[in-house]
Design a protein around this ligand. Sequence first.
Ligand SMILES: [Zn+2]
Ligand SMILES: [Zn+2]
Length: 333
Amino acid sequence: MAPRVQLEKAAWRWVESVRPEDIQREHIEIAYRICVPACKRGACRRNCKGNPNCLVGIGEHAWLGEIDENTFHNIDDPNSERRDKNTFVGLTNLGATCYVNTFLQVWFHNLELRRTLYLCQNTRAEEHDMDSDYEPRSICEHLQYLFALLQNSNRRYIDPSGLVKALGLDTGQQQDAQEFSKLFLSLLEDTLSKQKNPNLHNVIQQQFCGQMSYVTVCNQCGRASPLPSRFYELELNIQGHKNLTECVTEFLKEEKLDGDNRYFCESCQSKQNAARRIKLHSLPRVLNLQLMRFVFDRQTGHKKKLNTFISFPEQLDMGPSVQFTIVTRNMFH
Ligand SMILES: [Zn+2]
Ligand SMILES: [Zn+2]
């Protein structure tokens, strides 16, 4: 199916040449895309917003697809659902929630965070008897429960819908993964800071938070003014780059402030040309590097995704990128 923008343009093109009093039924049908042919089965991964006749997402693959007799028989075979020894438990994709699952797995595999979650007080779970199923309520309880299942389940995969519902996420809509991780971590940070056990208070910061500053140097007087800041991830531009090191280098590159962007220097008491750069002072134990794959396309006025291949080393030496303070661990795997 043609991209949404193209369909939108095609649907409304007639508006430029047809006077309001001449609008016919056919124009309305074009605008509302009544006659756009249905998408080919299996061609779309999610429901096409530009085509009302796209059938993805209403279960058509089940009722239009071939019936596989084997899977039918396998339902009765508990072994097909059973986890093999020493393999990890997966999470079901609830539609467009792969980005949630990815983060949940990353956080689950962070042992410090997992232990912390298990240590969070949960009186309801402690007082729960075995006669009924335990039902987590708060987001923290859901995450504890999910981690416990990921660790102990006998099944190959489990269903994260409890947590996803508690978070109020729309399962059919792909959300900004980075936004999700930010919101979720700040929610966890908040929950942990209220725990009785003081050892749990700063775990999110210890694991994920680093220190940096934006340093601006005035070209006129040479005065450097640092603006300290914390970060939970580094947002790396990938346009024009082939590997992660290049992206990090660009991130730390000096930026010229001139013309309209001139900088108000406190010592010169006037606007001056200046240079600004980001300096990293300390890195968290887990460094989250976000590749900015979505960029704004001026021509179409829409977001577009960059599918550029970015290679990354198995070990990333961040040593040369960190300044001022001695950091004990700069190698990232
Ligand atoms: Zn479609
Ligand atoms: Zn100055």
